[in-house]
Design a protein around this ligand. Structure first.
Ligand code: PLP
Length: 402
């Protein structure tokens, strides 16, 4: 399929009617672990599924076309994608990472640093002075996560790239929160973009996966070499499911972000809400940068509730939102990062990152905005009343205790 088509068309047609063997319209799922050779001297295109697999290749190509990459690697998880990229640095090299990144990323970098694999400089990447000081240390690789998880801080990708280019550092953007529908970091000068495809890319909360996509073919080949060497490539079935989920990403994201905006607009007016972290709000410090580098503001936001609100009680009292750690699916999810997604960080690291115990993160799905808003306000009423809730199923069908 030609690259001059719109991305919606590329995704709707990826791998469609390409099966010469049986003329199947939907791309077939190839589960075979290995592939036969016609002759011991003629290596086939695919020989062993860790190294390459037709189903995984279709997802790789579809994602690479969406992100504007030359070459992609599909990994078994988002963490595997981040770890894959870390093969590009050597002991003694410096990695710059956001001080408020996803807790699992923080844990991985901290653990590898402790083993002496590389050094890490944790930086508030929204602070140009801190960025300049960090780049003076000549990093080998810089990891950007924008909007950040869970505070939705916006990093100026172009600014980081400019610093990185001066010292020859590799720039890697974790684009999980927005997807290529809303942001294309490679167009802004990054060398690599990665995803937890578990989130918006698959969008159906039934696959854990990741992707690493490189602007430059040689860098992509180097990453593919490491992926085969370390065995972090994704399973064919997961790729099949993820490509299936990816086909609806444009309408999903459009609808989810419109709903998130409605819910945010209702929440900002309430006295029990201290702060809503949503880059779509003009009061958000990263609003102008987000407007310039993103095509939309997404469907993730976090809320810092006022002192009188028991946030754990609030979660228990919600009926439509499910208490869960992931994000980006068709269903609305809610979490308290300090107790869940970011529990792996030390309390000190969370305090430095600004993640308080009263912070609640929302991932908005495909439900109706009026129902979601009503659900939050009903739960807020309960969480501010001092009454206790019994949740029959966590996050669902809650009733008041006497
Ligand atoms: N990057 C971000 C921004 C995430 O939020 C997550 C998971 O929540 C990951 C990476 C890790 O992805 P996975 O859970 O697929 O390993």
């Amino acid at each position: 399929m030609s690259d001059h088509f719109h991305p919606e068309t590329l995704i709707a047609t990826a791998g469609v009617s390409a099966d010469a063997g049986h003329n199947s319209v939907a791309p077939p799922l190839h589960l075979s672990a290995n592939y036969y050779w016609n002759d011991p001297c003629e290596k086939p295109q695919y020989d062993y599924a860790r190294s390459g697999n037709p189903t995984r290749a279709q997802l790789e190509e579809a994602l690479a076309s969406l992100e504007g990459a030359a070459k992609g690697v599909i990994t078994s998880s988002g963490m595997a994608a981040i770890d894959l990229v870390l093969n590009l640095v050597d002991p003694g090299d410096l990695v710059i990472a956001p001080h408020d990144c996803y807790g699992g990323t923080h844990r991985l970098l901290t653990a590898r640093q402790k083993r002496g694999h590389f050094d890490v400089a944790w930086v508030n990447q929204t602070d140009p002075v801190a960025l300049e000081a960090a780049f003076a240390r000549k990093p080998k690789l810089v990891l950007i996560e924008t909007p950040s998880n869970p505070l939705l801080r916006i990093t100026d990708i172009g600014l980081v790239v400019a610093y990185a280019k001066k010292c020859g550092a590799i720039t890697v953007a974790d684009n999980t929160f927005l997807s290529p529908v809303l942001q294309r970091p490679l167009d802004l000068g990054c060398d690599i973009v990665l995803h937890s495809t578990t989130k918006f890319i698959n969008g159906h909360s039934d696959v854990v996966g990741g992707a690493v996509l490189a602007k430059d073919a040689a860098l992509g080949e180097e990453l593919a070499w490491w992926a085969n060497c370390t065995g972090v490539t994704g399973a064919p079935f997961d790729s099949f499911m993820t490509l299936r989920g990816l086909r609806t990403i444009f309408p999903r994201i459009e609808r989810q972000q419109a709903t998130a905006r409605d819910v945010v607009d209702a929440l900002v007016k309430d006295d029990r809400v201290e702060c809503v972290f949503f880059p779509g709000l003009e009061s958000h410090p990263g609003h102008e940068i987000a407007k310039a580098q993103q095509k939309g503001f997404g469907s993730m936001f976090s809320v810092e509730f006022a002192e009188g609100v028991d946030v754990l009680e609030l979660l228990r009292a919600l009926n439509i939102f499910t208490i869960a750690e992931s994000l980006g699916g068709f269903e609305s999810l809610v979490c308290v990062p300090s107790a869940m997604t970011h529990a792996a960080m030390t309390p000190e690291a969370r305090a430095t990152a600004g993640i308080s115990d009263r912070l609640v993160r929302f991932s908005i799905g495909l439900e109706h905005s009026a129902d979601l808003t009503q659900d939050i306000f009903a739960a807020l009423e309960q969480a501010s009343s001092g009454e206790k809730t019994v949740a029959y199923f966590p996050g669902r069908a809650a009733s008041k205790c006497a």
